[in-house]
Design a protein around this ligand. Structure first.
Ligand SMILES: Cc1ncc(COP(=O)(O)O)c(C=O)c1O
Length: 390
């Protein structure tokens, strides 16, 4: 399906995309709403953890193909190091990332998952009423933390192709805005901004604020679309790029991610770090970086799962956003809470509400066995659930 056809079919414009966030007066900085404060273990995560082992988890964009054999071997030979603080493992990973990205080591900062890098930036630029511009809906790791720190977040609705509205985000970046968050590919929609357009945006806007480009799914993009903004970091722009070992490398539980930025920006983030990943995760990350074959395999398997999912959704006549990530966002036409519950009853866990798209569902890509189980459950749910308002 072409982008235009998808747009026509999706009716995304009618799904509440005109909900522009109201601009605040820059003087009025509200206290963080209680709802933005996230405890270390969110009730949703605890709920997930309580589910029986047999549940098929397609709700958190995990990648069950990993960790790779190389990562497992690196961990197995690192147990003796686990009684030590990771003073050596940490620079080893920094150097490996720097070499791969063509930057010097002082351009790299490591976090406990890229979540920690998002939080560092949320704090560094959001504290004391700094303003942040972000698309909506998009990944909330940075904006939620920034709000907790007292920031005001300008939420700019996605456009009618469920893509970042960069023109509008550009216009919104005025006065007190200190950071602009771009998630590419975007979570939860999987959509991307074309690289040349994003590069022009970053070049223009980074004169007014730091542009944070979250590239959590970068390695999973098709060859034809894969483009990073790291060259802007290399060229000294006011840009931060974040990446993670959770997605393509299947290491979500090991908690390793990183940011790439100019050394002075890295130094601005560093005081807000809360710690460091553990030594096994760091060793696994170094091994993963060196494993091109695993990267290729992981990308291919996720792409196969996407194609399978598109075929299923086409067969069911359900609209979806074209995805370059390890999940697909599709429209069931029914309240997502009801769909989630019905799928969970059938042993398959899928996404959560992403307002204003509350009749859309995000499903994570996984092994073909998991995707087959998802297909069986979804066909059943879509066939049976008139009681759900469908
Ligand atoms: C866009 C995006 N950024 C960042 C993260 C955080 O990943 P992690 O903290 O595991 O690196 C996620 C996780 O789902 C994500 O989807």
């Amino acid at each position: 399906m072409s982008r235009r056809q998808w747009l026509q079919r999706s009716g995304a414009a009618a799904a509440g995309l005109a909900l522009a966030g109201a601009a605040p007066s820059s003087a009025a900085v509200a206290a963080p709403p209680a709802s933005t404060v996230r405890p270390p273990f969110h009730p949703r995560d605890v709920q997930l953890a309580r589910d029986p082992d047999t549940a098929i988890r397609l709700s958190s964009n995990e990648n069950p193909l990993g960790p790779s054999e190389a990562a497992r071997a690196a961990m197995a030979t690192s147990y003796d190091e686990a009684c030590r603080y990771p003073y050596r493992a940490y620079p080893d990973l920094i150097n490996a990332i720097a070499e791969r990205e063509g930057v010097s080591p002082d351009h790299v900062i490591i976090g406990a998952g890229s979540t920690e890098v998002l939080c560092m930036a949320g704090a560094a630029y959001g504290l004391d009423g700094g303003e942040v511009v972000a698309a909506d809906p998009s990944y909330k790791g940075l904006t939620r933390y920034a709000e907790t720190m007292g920031a005001y977040v300008h939420r700019v609705p996605l456009d009618d192709t469920m893509t970042h509205d960069l023109d509008r985000m550009d216009r919104r970046t005025t006065g007190a805005v200190k950071l602009v968050f771009v998630c590419n590919p975007n979570n939860p929609t999987g959509t991307i901004v074309p690289a040349d357009r994003l590069r022009r945006f970053c070049e223009a806007v980074s004169h007014r604020a730091v542009v944070f480009v979250d590239e959590a799914y970068y390695e999973l993009m098709d060859d034809a679309h894969r483009a990073s903004m790291v060259d802007l970091v290399r060229d000294g722009h006011n840009v931060i790029v974040a990446r993670t070992f959770s997605k393509i490398y299947g290491m979500a539980g090991l908690r390793v991610g990183y940011g790439l930025a100019r050394p002075d920006i890295v130094e601005r983030l560093r005081p807000y770090s809360m710690g460091s990943p553990n030594v096994l995760g760091l060793r696994a990350a170094v091994a993963s970086l060196g494993d091109a074959a695993f990267r290729t395999m992981s990308r291919q398997k996720m792409a196969e799962a996407r194609t399978f999912t598109y075929d299923l959704l086409d067969d069911l006549g359900l609209d979806y956003a074209p995805s370059q990530a390890s999940f697909v966002f599709f429209r069931t036409g029914r309240p997502i809470d009801a769909v989630r519950a019905a799928m969970a009853e059938r042993g398959v866990m899928v996404g959560r509400p992403f307002p204003p798209f509350t009749d859309w569902c995000r499903v994570s890509m996984s092994t073909m066995d998991d995707m087959q189980a998802f297909a069986t459950a979804l066909r059943d749910v879509m066939r049976t659930s008139t009681a759900m308002g469908g």
